[in-house]
Write a protein that binds this ligand. Structure first.
Ligand SMILES: [Zn+2]
Length: 305
């Protein structure tokens, strides 16, 4: 078996976990779940830091995001805003105010809630369509890459957030160094991603949603903490991301699973009792770290291509 280097710890002690069954030319980058979005790339796991990753990476990942137009995404704005409120109540004790950057801000629902709570909220987004919608909300959006932003604005931000974004990065180690560069000393990084070692991953196997569709990096608690150390960040805590579930959103999210037809009666019943349920699934990591107070260990111009 060909030896493949782990993008986090660079170990070559890796092996194939899942073979590929996806046809990249048929993959859609929207919330309309096509049959391809239920399939996986070839997944390799690292036996040193426990990270799992797609190899080989599909071509033009970032270019695909620039062209994203996703009308269906707009339908779930209410649920994202409710989640944002719950998440910000967790973040607030660590950073009560200041400059906040949401990386991969999509249509700006999180940023709008953060701004209403008094944060100076800005976004970074590749999709032209999403950026435009966020700007219409009166929010500053950079339609750019982290690398470019880090060059322009070193130590600008008190808080950087990534919601379901890190699993899409081609090279998470480089991107985390750019994030380090953008943060002020002691600035806060908060991200949400799935835990490969979590219960849902073990229970669903290949059907776990993080294995499917556009995701190319799959973290464990250990590999995230390893990445933090490499990037000059200090781990603070891991909590569970509170997903605000409304009926329409659950109905759509479950569309990728055949078992949906057997459980929808129960879901409908649940939503006759309450219109919003906060779901805290084990393995949905809400992970917090801080930039070390001293100078970053990896000056951007020397370390990052
Ligand atoms: Zn590794």
């Amino acid at each position: 078996m060909e030896s493949t280097k782990c993008p986090i710890c660079k170990s070559q002690n890796t092996s194939e976990w899942y073979s590929a069954d996806i046809d990249i030319s048929k993959l859609t980058f929207t919330y309309e779940f096509s049959p391809e979005s239920q399939k996986t790339f070839r997944v390799v796991r690292c036996h040193n830091c426990t990270h799992a990753f797609c190899f080989p990476l599909p071509k033009n990942i970032y270019k695909n995001y620039e062209d994203v137009v996703d009308q269906k995404y707009l339908h779930h704005s209410k649920s994202r805003k409710l989640s944002a409120q719950a998440v910000l109540s967790i973040i607030r004790p660590y950073a009560q105010n200041g400059m906040l950057l949401d990386v991969g801000c999509a249509t700006g629902d999180f940023l709008a809630v953060a701004r209403d709570l008094g944060y100076h909220a800005e976004g970074l987004e590749l999709s032209r369509w999403s950026s435009k919608i966020t700007r219409k909300k009166g929010i500053k959006v950079y339609q750019d890459r982290l690398k470019s932003l880090a060059r322009q604005f070193p130590a600008k931000y008190d808080i950087i957030t990534l919601w379901g974004v890190i699993e899409h990065f081609e090279n998470p180690a480089d991107e985390m160094r750019y994030i380090n560069r953008l943060l002020k000393p002691s600035g806060l990084l908060v991200l949400w991603t799935g835990d490969v070692n979590g219960v849902m991953s073990r229970l669903l196997g290949r059907r776990w949603w993080y294995w499917q569709g556009q995701h190319v990096q799959y973290f464990t608690h250990k590999s995230l903490n390893y990445l933090a150390k490499l990037s000059g960040l200090e781990y603070i805590a891991t909590k569970i991301y509170p997903i605000a579930a409304i009926y329409e959103q659950i109905d759509n999210s479950l569309s990728r699973y055949k078992f949906k037809q057997y459980i929808m009666w129960m879901i409908r019943l649940m939503f006759t009792i309450k219109s919003v349920w906060f779901v805290r699934l084990p393995g949905e990591m809400l992970w917090l770290a801080r930039k070390k107070a001293e100078r970053p260990q990896y000056p951007i111009n020397n370390e990052c291509k």
